[in-house]
Design a protein around this ligand. Structure first.
Ligand code: DAH
Length: 347
């Protein structure tokens, strides 16, 4: 028995450190200490050992067990370590400088936004800002948008819950409904309520609509809004400004045209189309780019301006659409995926 035990131990000592995989380990373990294992078989022989020899043999078996178990433990720990290392991949020293040492680049939407602001600053516009979480008043009411206008519909607008929970208590936040602004036109109202004409602002920013995302739609995109209020402002001024900004951004061959349209906050109102066949991937003669018009007197009334004295124009357009035109990008989703291969192309 003693020699059998030490032979078995010697075999295990040689075998366990060489096991390379978990299944190999489990199989080897079964061969030694499983129900049909060799070690188990030796222990079973205890029953047939004469009584007086049992204490001595028992001691031998216990000693052998005490040596076998650490072999199993060590092999298992070694395999677990190897599995972990395989999952982690090659060793990385996070304290070393990044191998990608090139400078970052601006996001294409940032580039277009900044370019537009700079073009507009040259003709006297200043940048104005407004919150993305708005109330119905700034987003719709003050802009003369009727209560039953489809844009207000919960299908188009993200409304915030009108109660907030504090522990077990629900509190109504305000009499007004909060929403995520659907357009930057809300900044027109905020700006006019803050000051007096003349006003010349450009307001770029994020807007939200309940759109299903596809190549040309996103529930979250960017607009750029302009408002000019002064005496004797005419549609000619509006058209001249739009011609100037699009020629500056997209090249002097760019043309604009107005198509009559309806917006509650401007009268007359137009949709603006661009013709820019010189740009990459532009295969249509006219591309819709935004909306505009002469500020409606009801909007001046809402902010307390005398509409017999003041006149103005306003327009709004999508920054994504502009960037897609300028750079020949055919899917809006590229803007939001943060893929460095895409972003690096717009230095
Ligand atoms: N707010 C409009 C939209 O999101 C765009 C727009 C139209 C802005 C006419 C204006 C305007 O300032 O006068 O579609």
């Amino acid at each position: 028995m003693e020699s059998q035990l030490s032979a078995l131990l010697a075999k295990a000592q040689a075998e366990f450190p060489t096991l390379a995989t978990r299944p190999d380990f489990e199989a080897a373990k079964a061969r030694y200490v499983g129900p049909n294992g060799e070690f188990t078989a030796l222990m079973k022989q205890m029953g047939s050992v004469p009584k007086e020899q049992r204490p001595a043999i028992g001691k031998l078996i216990n000693e052998a067990k005490g040596k076998l178990q650490p072999l199993l433990d060590a092999a298992l720990a070694r395999l677990e370590q190897a599995e972990l290392a395989a999952q982690l991949g090659p060793a990385v020293d996070p304290t070393l400088p990044s191998p990608d040492i090139g400078p970052g680049t601006f996001h294409p939407l940032t580039l277009v936004r900044e370019e537009m602001c700079s073009i507009l600053r040259k003709v006297g516009f200043v940048v104005a800002d407004g919150p993305e979480v708005e109330t119905e008043y700034y987003c719709f009411d003050a802009l003369n948008t009727p209560a039953d206008h489809p844009a207000r519909d919960a299908q188009d607008t993200f409304y915030l819950p009108d109660t907030v929970r504090f522990g077990n208590v629900s509190k109504k936040t305000a009499e007004e409904k909060y929403l995520l602004r659907t357009h930057t036109s809300s900044v027109q109202i905020r700006t006019m309520l803050k000051g007096q004409p003349p006003i010349r602002i450009v307001s770029p920013g994020r807007v939200y609509r309940r759109d299903t995302s596809d190549a040309t739609h996103s529930a979250n995109f960017h607009q750029l809004e302009c408002l000019y209020v002064d005496k004797n402002v005419t549609v000619r001024d509006l058209k001249a400004l739009l011609d100037y900004i699009f020629a500056s951004l997209l090249g002097k061959d760019t043309k604009t045209r107005f198509r009559p349209h309806y917006f509650g906050y401007t009268e007359p109102s137009f949709e603006v189309d661009l013709s820019a066949k010189h740009l990459p991937k532009v295969n249509k003669e006219w591309i819709e780019i935004g909306g505009c018009g002469m500020v409606d007197p009801t909007v001046f009334d809402a902010v307390g301006y005398d509409s017999t004295v003041w006149s103005g124009y306003a327009f709004g357009m999508g920054i994504e659409r502009l960037a897609m035109l300028l750079y020949g990008i055919d899917d809006i989703r590229y803007f939001y995926q943060n893929d460095a291969r895409f972003l690096k192309q717009f230095a």
